[in-house]
Design a protein around this ligand. Structure first.
Ligand code: SAM
Length: 263
């Protein structure tokens, strides 16, 4: 019940999270480009860093990072993975809507569509004012969020096949299905993810269900939120190859610059 309210059921098994998400590396080279371009002197902040999927590879290139997440289990796994690597990372357990790190950076990012965890307008403002507070004037904030296309929002309320995952250690297969219900008033999509674990003969041997709520933000709405929180939009891409956004995009990647202090 606790993790349903905390919207963290997807993160209660950090090992499974990594098995499913570590192969995703599309954002890393773009982040590295900004890391080398910015005057960070190595200090970069990764907000909602999870198990350090992006934090650890950046630190491996010699940058000094702070990885912040609210979920102790995800952070413990991040610490475990990085413990023998001799990297400069501070792992901090905090709520990003009320961030208090006592440092300033020229580069802050939040990837893996974590922005969608900030479900209410107040939570989004909390996150963005926290970013403003920790960013130097002229500093850059990069984040991604799924594109609210009609196709994305109006997914079937019935169980739909999504993908097959293959466990890289055991080669066991997992069929993944989703049920999606979109609430147009709150702009929140409720996803139930159903994982059907198969044995070597393809027979289902276990089934797990997890729930997650994700907020969607429309591009014109995002413009206003960012402006209100002291940011100028430098670029909006639909992918990490810097392709300009179009109507058929799946994602929105925002590159913003802090233009003023808001508090
Ligand atoms: C989809 S994961 C992304 C993790 C990582 N950035 C990545 O790309 O793999 C979302 C993360 O956001 C974290 N999160 C959600 N709400 C948060 C909050 N208010 N403050 C800090 N972290 C939060 C979750 O605990 C989870 O680790």
């Amino acid at each position: 019940m606790e993790s349903i309210n905390a919207n963290s059921e997807e993160y209660d098994d950090p090992i499974l999270y990594d098995k499913e998400n570590e192969p995703y590396i599309e954002d890393l080279s773009y982040l590295l480009k900004w890391a080398s371009a910015s005057k960070t002197e190595g200090l970069i902040i990764d907000l909602a860093c999870g198990t350090g999927r992006a934090t650890i590879p950046l630190a491996s290139k010699g940058y000094k990072l702070i990885g912040v997440d609210i979920h102790k289990g995800m952070l413990d796994e991040a610490k475990r993975k990085s413990s023998n690597l001799n990297l400069q990372i501070d792992w901090v357990e905090q709520d990003c809507t009320r961030l208090n790190l006592n440092v300033k950076s020229n580069l802050i990012f939040s990837v893996g569509n974590s922005f969608q965890h900030f479900l209410t307008n107040e939570a989004q403002d909390g996150l963005l004012s926290s970013v403003n507070k920790h960013l130097e004037l002229g500093g850059v904030f990069i984040f991604d969020t799924r594109f609210p296309s009609t196709e994305e929002l109006l997914q079937p309320v019935t169980e739909e096949y999504w993908k097959k995952n293959v466990d890289k250690d055991t080669q066991n297969k997992v069929d993944v299905y989703t049920i999606s219900t979109y609430d147009s008033l709150s702009q929140i999509q409720h996803y139930t993810t159903i994982r059907k674990f198969l044995n070597k003969e393809g027979k289902i041997i276990d089934e797990q269900r997890t729930n997650i709520r994700l907020r969607y933000v429309f591009p014109k709405e995002m413009e206003r939120i960012l402006l209100d929180n002291g940011f100028e939009i430098v670029n909006i891409f639909k992918d990490w190859n810097e392709t300009p956004i179009t109507n058929d995009s799946y994602g929105m990647i925002y590159v913003c610059k802090k233009t003023r202090n808001i508090k």
